[in-house]
Design a protein around this ligand. Structure first.
Ligand SMILES: CC(=O)N[C@H]1[C@@H](OP(=O)(O)O)O[C@H](CO)[C@@H](O)[C@@H]1O
Ligand SMILES: [Mg+2]
Length: 534
């Protein structure tokens, strides 16, 4: 049974064809529903093993497909016979007021990552799309997932939308941000050096293509995705580094002291790390929470220059931060101490992104490194006219700060989290602040945490509330969790059913590693007992 879940349909690549074909039908219908606007379809299974594959639909605004269409997508993917499939499509088209065979023609942009089953599955998707009469499928080639999101968004806004345009935009806005670095004295060789773990996926290949156009950065790509260098996501990539907190393959003692970054297989996640000592394989990790905190400090600094600290100046701004329950408690405390509005949503980018859109500037990140900074359209218009007005005083602190925000809004992907553009914003901010990796790492100290997975008979019998931080069903479980938590200093613990695996996830935090482990274990035992271990 296929379920659209948090990240589209995913399974062993050799079993994906029916779901991919049907996702093609959904994508074409979605385009028709939106008056023929371009939508996207990407063949990827992100950080999953190389044998897996998946399919995800990109909505016309460049974001994730509307959640309202997920039940239909599930039903279609699981339709048992061709006739059942046809009936589902006809009924859905009727309910949604979609005219088949008239008016608009559907437009679907397709892309895939580097997986061996990708090419075949892309053809299957095209077949699905072409069942909807008059639809047009445009194969954009092998791309990172965020590149496709960016293209869909730009195309529907009448903006340049090719891959070359994407590269030009990020390289130019990056250069522009660097030119706006205060007292620009250049940087030393060590700080120019950056080693990127490309997870043997598409992100490394794209970075190789663009790196010579990136000013003041000396980038070395490892696990680059080139033939023979290694297997996709195997002991490398952002998911591996964040979860295991050890060096990815290809990194070692010679890298001590150098700033390193890691992408996942389709380059929509980013984490940073440092090799701590020549004799250890453990790393100092900078996860999504700390990337978010760095961006927040930078944006806040620019807003304070423009508005003064009371936010009553030239550009009053609603600035908000969105996290999930997995955000390290130390990061949330750090952000709240800055006086920021921090809100929580359920796990999954589709929830975070939607919430972040409610602000003039909304920053969201999952701890695993997926996130971005969203600048609201109306705010960007205000910002651009302010920058134009201030240009009479070009070079003034306010003009420079406004120009930095304009450049940041052009650099960081507005459609979805993007490892390449996110990494360039990190690099620009570190140079702006003249910060080393260590300065960044020292922003706050992560509370020790532990995650466990519990296999139970039916994970859906857990129902949560309060952005998944409290259990409301089965009754009594939350009380048991609360009773455990009070025994631990800085204790925090929650459980939720995973949206991508058949497990219940347990997350615990406490003031020591041992305490976090013990809290997670006790709560996992309650979950097993109440839900039935399987
Ligand atoms: C704890 C964790 O990392 N959960 C991940 C994981 O979701 P689960 O619903 O927890 O399985 O996959 C999602 C899709 O990639 C990602 O958005 C999310 O952050
Ligand atoms: Mg990914």
């Amino acid at each position: 049974t296929f379920s659209y879940g948090t990240a589209g349909f995913r399974a062993d690549g050799s079993t994906m064809a029916p779901a991919v074909c049907r996702a093609g039908i959904v994508a074409a219908l979605r385009s028709l529903k939106l008056g023929g606007a371009a939508v996207g379809l990407v063949i990827t299974a992100s950080h999953n093993p190389v044998a897996d594959n998946g399919v995800k639909i990109v909505d016309a605004d460049g974001g994730m497909m509307s959640q309202a269409w997920e039940p239909f997508s599930d039903a279609l993917a699981n339709a048992p016979t061709p006739d059942a499939l046809l009936q589902l499509v006809l009924q859905f088209a009727k309910d949604e007021g979609i005219t088949l065979g008239g008016g608009h023609s559907a437009q679907v942009l397709l892309a895939r990552d580097t997986r061996p089953t990708g090419e075949y599955l892309l053809h299957v998707a095209v077949k699905g799309i072409s069942t909807i009469v008059g639809s047009v499928a445009l194969d954009m080639g092998i791309l990172t997932t965020p590149q496709l999101h960016w293209m869909v968004r730009n195309k529907n806004r009448g903006l340049k939308a090719s891959e070359a345009d994407y590269f030009t935009q990020i390289a130019e806005s990056f250069r522009h941000l660097l030119e706006l670095t205060p007292d620009d004295k250049g940087i030393d060789d060590l700080n120019e050096k950056l080693i990127v773990d490309g997870a043997n996926g598409i992100g490394g290949l794209k970075l190789e293509q663009i790196k010579s156009n990136l000013a003041r950065l000396d980038i070395l790509v490892r696990n680059s995705g080139k033939e023979g260098e290694g297997i996709l996501n195997e002991r490398c990539g952002a998911d591996f580094v964040q979860k295991e907190k050890v060096l990815p393959l290809g990194f070692g003692p010679n890298d001590v002291g150098v700033r390193c970054a890691s992408f996942d297989g389709d380059a929509d996640r980013l984490v940073y790390f440092h090799v701590t000592s020549p004799s250890k394989t453990s790393v100092d990790l900078v996860d999504g929470d700390k990337i978010l905190s760095l961006f927040v400090l930078f944006i806040r600094e620019q807003l304070d220059i423009i508005n003064g600290e009371d936010n009553k100046g030239l550009l009053p701004t609603r600035f908000g931060v969105v996290q999930t329950a997995y955000a390290n408690g130390a990061s949330t405390e750090f952000l709240k101490n800055l006086g920021l509005e921090v809100v929580f949503t359920s796990t999954g980018v589709k929830y975070l992104h939607k919430k972040a859109l409610e602000y003039d500037i909304g920053v969201y990140f999952e701890a695993n490194g997926h996130g971005t900074v969203l600048f609201n359209d109306e705010f960007v218009s205000r910002l651009e006219s302010l920058t134009a007005r201030l240009s009479e005083a070009a070079g003034s602190p306010q003009h420079q700060a406004a120009s930095r925000l304009v450049a940041a809004s052009q650099l960081i992907n507005q459609a979805v989290g993007d490892a390449i553009s996110g990494m360039l914003l990190v690099e620009a901010v570190l140079q702006h602040k003249r910060w080393s990796f260590q300065n960044w790492c020292d922003l706050y100290t992560d509370l020790p945490s532990k995650q466990l997975k519990v296999k139970v008979k039916d994970r859906t019998s857990i129902v949560t509330t309060d952005a998944e931080r409290k259990v409301c069903q089965p009754s009594g479980l939350q009380e048991l969790i609360d009773k455990e938590v009070v025994n631990y200093s800085h204790g925090r613990c929650f459980v939720r059913p995973s949206g991508t695996e058949d497990v219940v996830r347990v997350y615990a935090e406490a003031s020591t590693v041992e305490a976090a482990e013990s809290l997670a274990k006790s709560v996992a035992q309650h979950v097993e007992r109440i839900l039935g271990f399987c």
